[in-house]
Design a protein around this ligand. Sequence first.
Ligand SMILES: [Zn+2]
Length: 335
Amino acid sequence: MTQAIPRVAPVISDGALDADIHCASCGYNLRGLRPSGRCPECGTPIARSLRGDLLAVSDPNWVARIARGATYAYRGFIALVLLIIAAVIGVGAGLALFGPIGPGDTAVVVLLGGVVAWSLAGFAAMIIGIWWLTTPGPREVVQPEVRRTRTGCRIALLALLGAWLATKLPINHPVYAAVASLSQSVAFAVWAWLFFKMIEHMGSRVPSEEIIKTAKRGRRRLIAFVVLIVLVFSLMITAITVMAVRTAAPTPGAPPFGGGSMGLISAASCLGGLAGLAFLLVASAIEESLRRCRRVFREAAAEAERNWDRIDEMPAPSGSPGVSSEATPPADETA
Ligand SMILES: [Zn+2]
């Protein structure tokens, strides 16, 4: 569980904050300052930082940025999914209508160019979107675990892009192909894990039960995907080893490609099909997460905008423990 920013009324001693409360705009530690004053670092009224860490009372610029991130990432994701569907239908229809087409045909060149441009645009929207979506909150200086998840999510996304590009290089070696495809699966699994973890954290700051549930479901599906991928690769490696041993020292009556190794390969292909299914289920959880975040964060951004200005009209918090109790959600709301 991540460390929560205090949502209870801060401790006041002699009219000054007696706890580590960080500025909602810049993260500056406001300890020792008066609740009626302003942040010495950025000038934001301190009262704005005494309302907890829900998105609706956070810095509206930051909330708008993560909402925009969810929208871009969602659009990029949909663009890539549409491309895959169009490619499957297009190739089938093309073959049915025109028969086999050569790589030199103008239509093929134009089509391939379009596919590359479309997928690069989808990836670009996805990366920009995830980058904005993972923008650290101003007060997350006190939440190293949340910051690590955000940074990890960004790094894993770049690693995934690199691994995907590596599978497109014209290197025809079975070992290279296996390593590139394994790296792509690993990068995807790490990224998706951190993505769901971050989405769950953000869901707890709305709070939105639907977002938290979707993220948890995504993580369970991801575990199934990883287990299946590990099984497929272990079976394939075992089968290849068995074949290599038999080819090196053939025993009479036992063909190198017969018996056990073929059984292992068919088992691996069955599990590979299941892994593909698990991947689709993970992808659908990513789509659902982004779709829900897009809507919920947009609403939170509008609310944050309204609340941000409203706080100046509220009476400045004064006195001890009960400061700004009407504006601060109770601590147990997020438990
Ligand atoms: Zn500040």
